[in-house]
Design a protein around this ligand. Sequence first.
Ligand code: GLC
Length: 739
Amino acid sequence: MKTKYIAAAIGAAFALCAQAQDTQIDRKVTDLMKQMTVAEKVGQLHQLSGRQFTGPTSSAYADKLADIRAGKVGSMLNVIGVADTREIQALALQSRLKIPLLFSLDVIHGYKTVFPVPLGEAASWDMDAIELSARIAAKEAAAAGIHWTFAPMVDVARDPRWGRVMEGAGEDTYLGSKIAAARVHGFQGKKLGATDSVMATAKHFAAYGAAIAGRDYNAVDMSEQQLYEVYLPPFKAAADAGAATFMNSFNTLNGVPATGSAFLQRDILKGAWKYKGFVVSDWGSVREMVPHGYAADLSDAAVKAINAGSDMDMEGYAYSQHLEAAVKAGKVKMSVLDDAVRRVLTKKFELGLFDDPYRYSDAAREKAVLGDASHRAAALDVAQKSMVLLKNEGKLLPLSREAKRIAVIGPLADSQRDLEGGWVVQGERAKVVSIVEGIRNHAGKAEISYAQACAPGCASSEGFADAVATASRSDVIVLAVGETWDMSGEAKSRTDITLPGQQEALFNALKATGKPIVVVMLSGRPLVFNTIADKADAIVYAWFPGTEGGNAVANVLFGDYNPSGKLPITFPRSVGQIPLSYAQYNTGRPVVDEKNIVYRSAYIDSVNTPRYAFGHGLSYTDFKYSGLALSSATLAGAQKATLSFDLTNSGKVEGTEIVQMYLRDMVSSVVRPLKELKGFQKVHLKPGETRRVSFTIDRDTLSFFNSQLKWSAEAGEFKLMVGSASDDLRLEGTLRLTQ
Ligand code: GLC
């Protein structure tokens, strides 16, 4: 009992101490702002891109240096490394009030050690692994003088035509919310201001992933109920996890650019959510309100953006050129300007930059931390956990090493650049382990041959004959195909998400040899590859797995790592099915029997089901689900129930199963999806081992945003389902909420 009181007392002391520090910082910010001119305040809200984009020789760069010295710049992005950040910080300290700069960078999935692209990491469903990845990225970036990363991207995305699905956590709100929190904790560590942590950014606020037709930067139009139910929760999770900043988005939402949306930035974020950090615009998104047709000119854009709660203008030059005049003309209240400046300065104090503006720019630490061997080990672990075994006909995998002749074929088999994926800033390309190198590293006695067959993108089939000849002399083929790294990410939408170039023809040519084929697929998005899906013996979806990608692929192929990944996004049979997610609605005319679709909600040229469902992923072992029980068949008020069942490893090797729990609200004031993910657990079992797995069900589990946008649960019946994938549910139970 005593310990409990002591713990409570310590907790209270810490809270008081944090509160005291906040008050102390508040006072310092107030004192500093009293000294600032309007021009100097505006300067804090102006963010510029550094020499990596302009180069020290260009004339524009000289102008930027002058602005920095004059205190007209509050933050820089794309200034990389201790030497450059020290040099530029020194300029800022020549300004009248010596206010230090914030240095920011897109550290999306690693800095020098590159981890799998975020959608790949999401396939691990492993919050510890995802947090570790962000933690290491933060350590390396902070050691290189970076204070602030523009990550995590938390946009729910259900349209794989949109290239930026690569940067997020996929289609699901629940999984995406868990991952958002894990990434914020990883980047920011235990305490913001430690020199191995960076400020996180929850982006892109909001609903950017729902761009019409999957075309990047396109408009977004949706009901507020859908916005609240699907797209906002990961942002709320990031805010609750303490995300230091938010970034708004390029898109309009229901006719208003997010950058100019007081509904998003003031009513929801800074109002209802009481968010205390600051909002940075996306690159030029303030300026872009003119082409959107929302602002008459740059001055109008500046006024509308700051009044709507967009605190800092990234590379827009709207604030720097027009905000001072707007304040003096009374178009922007001084209180609005002061609130934005206070938010920015508060972060600079929290990071300790006024005590020591160079504290993150330490050459010795940079040398010691970057590319540390333990970081590569972590990158290997996360990469292995991200891989998804889509198919394994006749248990071809894992490959035996005994005297096997393995032909490694394909345009991406020897690529290092493609394994890194997009949004890589300082990755050590030469140290990336390619797939063929990884297989050679782990081949044991197996004899490895290699043929590229075609260059990445596979525009030409000239090399196919050589590849077929190599394959004919082997016992098994490992074919590495997919998109190149630059086919996903920003401004990389595709209308056709099949394999680029002649890759399917290459597969068919190799298939004709009659040899068993394992396909390793690299991509930043779901692809459509029906021929391969039908005819390959085994398929491993490796995403873009990062620096240790080749070793991770090899460990999975040889069984040194039993794959456990599950798809965080639906794989359609054709682009015609998009948008497609597992959280479908029943409609009034659901398809009951695929042979009878007359006047049913169906297509006449395709089934409704996806090629691979959300949550799908195989293992080298088998898992059995049994004995589902509910601690109570009814719930009332704030009561809780426990759903439990036995999970057994009924196979011959140890493995990890990601058990998923879904729910359906059978009757409600707003129709609910056929299933919603409401829980998951990663369970590692030895062969023959059984574990009792349980989930807690409470009122929150049963709640949703009703048509008044109120989060509430409604009395009635709920179906609870557990299983291995959204289309592979093994057990179910019923729960009644009585009031
Ligand atoms: C880009 C992206 C955003 C990124 C920013 C800075 O346009 O939309 O995600 O953080 O600009 O590079």
